[in-house]
Design a protein around this ligand. Structure first.
Ligand code: SF4
Length: 65
């Protein structure tokens, strides 16, 4: 299955993929490893809207860690 194309540059993925809460919520599997669902990622939408990435601790649901 295709993954999110932003994986390599996403601060959340790079810095928080091992975070206990992130693992517990399953966000990486749910969003980052599923290209279709990643289109719903709040981080990706933020990037499109603002032209720059959100803070690294913003999760794919938009909630801050
Ligand atoms: S958090 Fe969002 S933008 Fe970042 S890699 Fe995952 S799906 Fe892509």
């Amino acid at each position: 299955m295709a993954k999110c194309e932003l994986l390599d540059t996403c601060g959340f993925f790079k810095n928080f993929k091992g975070n206990t809460e992130v693992i517990k919520q399953g966000w990486i599997k749910m969003y980052c490893e599923d290209k279709a669902k990643s289109e719903k990622c709040a981080r990706k939408q933020y990037r499109k809207k603002h032209g720059q990435p959100p803070p690294d601790n913003m999760t794919p649901t938009g909630k801050m860690l």
